[in-house]
Ligand binder design. Structure first.
Ligand code: LLP
Length: 421
């Protein structure tokens, strides 16, 4: 097997995911299609979680990265909690059987009804992102008669050196509360009857490949914990967020979770806190791919286009962030050619790859857009009234459909036709 990513690679010139021929799944299920590997999920979850095994912890999978309830069930069965940002994500996590006392709830714009829902579910911690939110939560908690455990999401003002759209820990970012102000917010929280400050939280960004910003943030936030304890607060949770990056090119190096853990664990141990982490992409990113069919090949004087049946509505990372996703043919090719791989959506930006060397392919071939397990399906939409793809989970030499492809009925679900007499 020539491995591209764990459990994804070529055998005898054909692309396999675990023990299944990708082409076979494509033929049976049609395209575009999200294909995930159970073994890969298990592998990446263990790689992450076990690196922190020296401390008591909640590894709260970031639901936004891949929210299918079968995926959540699988990770939950291995002990994962859930990092959520909406009542809908909490609902998914609980539906999948994740214990509410492993669910954390972040987000800068929580509504009162979402807070009430989260409280009624008995989630572990609300990660508070503004003073106004704190007061609203206090009112909602009083109405419901349940005390809300909180951490303040502190913005440590470190540069994660990643794409500006996915940097969140800088002073100019809308997320969290400035480091200098966080202390005051904790002091206010302490006085509120229906609020219990139990932890600290930070999340500095996503797809971070350099470990040093994590260490910088950890050390700053650890100092804050000491100050808060001096003021009588019993802080027992240290939430270091998510954001650890992955390789999008098969041969590229990527940081080991072990080296991240080496930086964080000593602080958490010396504070005697429970650690919460919120990995998303690291667990789901290389656990899935988007399979697409090459519909047409079109050439002009300047360019050659591979027109595929997946569009930016199915996977919007390349269009939105100019993100690189490795694209391979389902049959290993000897020669490559420079092409643009484009989708059918009526937008100039509907491009998966520009001037990319891809194995010379024919109309009707399958192409796999790799590393699409994170922020792939979850960011998909019905734009252009396209049916969102099905999702399947491979295990060994079988697969299970874990989400049906949209139908025309799904497209107009909830819409009403007006009576025009
Ligand atoms: N915790 C919080 C509070 C977050 O906001 C996020 C991601 C995570 C954890 C998980 O981060 P991860 O471990 O997956 O890097 N759509 C973008 C990524 C947006 C990330 C948003 N927050 C993308 O496709 O690159």
């Amino acid at each position: 097997m020539r491995t591209l990513f764990p459990f994804i690679g070529y055998r005898d010139g054909e692309l396999f995911i675990e023990k299944l021929l990708v082409k076979k799944i494509g033929k049976e299920m049609g395209t575009p299609l999200y294909i995930y590997s159970k073994k890969a999920f298990e592998y990446w979850y263990k790689e992450f979680d076990s690196a922190f095994s020296d401390v008591e912890r909640v590894t709260a999978f970031a639901v936004k990265s891949c929210s299918n309830i079968s995926v959540l069930r699988l990770l939950g069965s291995m002990g994962a909690g859930a990092d959520t940002v909406s009542a809908g994500e909490i609902f998914r996590a609980i539906t999948a059987g994740i214990s509410p006392n492993k669910i954390v709830f972040a987000g800068i714009g929580k509504r009162a009804d979402e807070m009430a829902y989260a409280l009624s579910c008995n989630i572990l911690i609300f990660n508070i992102e503004s003073e106004s939110e704190l007061y609203l939560l206090n009112r909602v908690a009083e109405r419901i008669g349940k005390v809300a455990n909180i951490s303040v999401r502190v913005n440590p003002d470190v540069n994660p050196k990643t794409h500006p759209y996915i940097s969140t820990g800088l002073r100019t970012s809308k997320f969290g509360i400035e480091y200098e102000k966080a202390f005051d917010v904790y002091m206010k929280a302490k006085e509120l009857k229906w609020i219990e400050p139990v932890g600290v939280h930070f999340h500095i960004g996503s797809q971070i490949l350099d470990i040093s910003p994590f260490e910088e943030a950890t050390s700053k936030i650890a100092d804050l914990v000491k100050v808060l304890r001096d003021k009588g607060l019993s802080i027992s949770y240290f939430d270091a967020g998510g954001g650890l990056g992955i390789n999008y090119k098969p041969e590229e190096p990527y940081p080991q979770t072990e080296s991240l853990a080496k930086k964080i664990v000593p602080y958490v141990k010396s504070l005697d806190c429970k650690l919460i982490t919120e990995p998303g992409r690291r667990i789901s990113g290389n656990s899935g791919l988007l399979l697409t069919s090459l519909l047409f090949i079109k050439e002009n004087e300047e360019k050659k286009f591979y027109i595929v049946d997946a569009g930016m509505n199915d996977c919007m990372r390349p269009a939105l962030y100019q993100a690189y996703h490795h694209i391979v043919s389902s049959v290993e090719k000897e020669r490559t050619e420079k092409v643009d791989v484009v989708g059918p959506v009526c937008e100039t930006g509907d491009i998966f790859a520009k001037d990319r060397d891809i194995g010379v392919s024919n109309e009707g071939d399958y192409l796999a857009i790799l590393s699409a397990g994170a922020y792939g399906f979850t960011m998909s939409s019905n734009y252009n009234s396209r049916l969102r793809p099905a999702e399947v989970l491979v295990s060994g030499n079988t697969y299970t459909v874990i989400r049906d492809r949209d139908t025309f009925g799904d497209l107009i679900k909830g819409e009403k036709i007006i009576d025009i007499g």
